[in-house]
Design a protein around this ligand. Sequence first.
Ligand code: AMP
Ligand code: ZN
Length: 106
Amino acid sequence: MDANCIFCKIVVKQIPASVVYEDEKTLAFLDINPLTEGHTLVIPKAHTVSIFDISADDFKHISAVAQKISNNMKTAIAADGVDLVQASGEAANQTVPHFHLHVIPR
Ligand code: AMP
Ligand code: ZN
């Protein structure tokens, strides 16, 4: 855990979040400033900054979780489509330096 990282604080429940999925490696919670209703972030529990340092294993696992969440959005909130978005690095406008994959229902 990185003591200064807001998403690490969510992982250890130091700050609240609306968690929609959790397993031993991964957490998914609602974005505080959603682009659409149900906008979800999927993160590794281990502090990892971006696509450049996440392990291949964690990235695969997060992708599988994002696929499950996308399918749930289709049935549970009748999403017609889903955007998956991931920003790595300041140049890509990443604002929170803990890897997160956006799952945005459309
Ligand atoms: P990005 O610009 O790709 O780095 O996305 C960061 C996302 O994190 C933004 O969509 C924010 O709304 C979201 N965010 C920041 N702080 C929190 C928080 N405490 N809980 C939930 N989402 C957050
Ligand atoms: Zn972190």
